[in-house]
Design a protein around this ligand. Structure first.
Ligand code: PEP
Ligand code: MN
Length: 339
């Protein structure tokens, strides 16, 4: 159950409401976000919502039987729109493009990528300064100094920054320099990290766990929302299956399913999803047709020289073509939506 509270509800009204719902047999957690005040009730008992629906201080009351509640579409049919400022959105009915290298490597590299993005009208740059690598001997990122350098250059160019946060201690130091905190596939169920990201007022994009189910992804988003942050994006980036011919198995089924279950925007990452450069564009366009609200992919001036994930990284010519095709494919999808 989700009870949306009125802004002007008094503490007395709230306490009496909580008591009454407890008596029905529901355990209540109060959630305060930047946008609203909610009571989330967990319980199994059937009851008639008219029992409490008339009480003062209630804006609306909804029965949500899913394990996840606040990220569910069952109480909020209107899709969540992420507004990064300067006309940059990630939202239903729009197509966001986020592109950039797997790792931020140097000032020269950042400038080259920014120029490429600007030439192609791409407003969000992805890149890692803290890199989760399978091997401890691989390049692990330029860290906070790299992020500061990147921020100065991106600011000047009007480009937004999407970058991975790996641990709680990084949230605060990164805060002034990020537009979207990315939670990587290896951290999807790092509940401490998710709890802490609930306390910030910047957008969080949560990638699906390496062997995570759709429901687990939604539960991870629920952590951040119930922690107080409604600015959330879900990202399908492929899961581990028995298939060895591709790096991961990009689960495009997840896109329409997530869109049906949740009001949050959904982004597809074909680069990590398939892991093979030649096939990234096809999977990106398939993601668009599957209903994604955005595509995030890796690009680098010379992919063969990239410090990480070069095998799945597009060069700038391929990236320019893909960005164009993403937009064209999206325009075509929109005509289907009219049917
Ligand atoms: C990345 O985006 O470069 C990355 C490490 O992604 P993932 O967490 O999906 O593996
Ligand atoms: Mn990568």
């Amino acid at each position: 159950m989700i009870v949306q509270l009125k802004e002007d509800i008094s503490e007395i009204q709230k306490d009496s409401l909580i008591q009454e719902i407890n008596q029905i047999g529901y355990k209540i957690t109060e959630v305060k976000t930047q946008l609203g005040d909610y009571l989330v009730g967990i319980g199994k008992k059937e009851f008639d919502i008219r029992q409490i629906g008339q009480k003062e201080g209630i804006q609306d009351i909804h029965i949500v039987s899913d394990e996840y509640k606040l990220v569910s579409k069952k109480w909020k049919a209107k899709p969540t729109s992420i507004d990064l400022g300067d006309g940059v959105y990630i939202k239903d009915g729009d197509m966001a493009i986020m592109a950039g290298p797997c790792s931020i490597e140097s000032e020269e590299q950042i400038i080259k990528v920014i120029n490429h993005l600007q030439e192609n009208g791409i407003k969000m740059m992805r890149g890692g300064v803290f890199k989760p690598r399978s091997s401890p001997y691989a390049f692990r990122g330029l860290g906070i100094d790299g992020l500061k350098l990147w921020y100065d250059l991106a600011q000047e160019a009007g480009i937004k920054i999407v970058t991975e946060v790996m641990q709680v201690s990084q949230i605060e130091e990164m805060y002034p320099y990020v537009d979207i905190y990315q939670v990587g596939a290896r951290n999807t169920q790092n509940f401490n990290l998710l709890d802490e990201l609930g306390k910030v007022d910047k957008t969080v994009m949560i990638k699906r766990g390496i062997s995570g189910t759709i429901e687990e992804l939604l539960q991870s988003a629920e952590y951040v929302f119930s922690g107080g942050n409604e600015k959330l994006i879900l990202c399908e980036r492929g899961i581990r299956t028995y298939e060895k011919a591709s790096r991961n198995t990009l689960d495009l089924n997840a896109v329409p399913i997530l869109k049906a279950k949740s009001h949050l925007p959904v982004v597809v990452d074909p680069s990590h999803g398939i892991g093979i450069r030649e096939y990234v564009p096809q999977m990106a366009l398939a993601g668009v047709m599957a209903g994604a609200d955005g595509i995030i992919y890796e690009t680098h001036e010379i992919p063969e020289k990239a410090y990480s994930d070069g095998q799945q990284t597009l060069d700038f010519d391929q990236s320019a073509l893909l960005a164009d095709w993403i937009r064209k494919t999206f325009a075509m999808r929109k005509t289907f939506d009219l049917l």
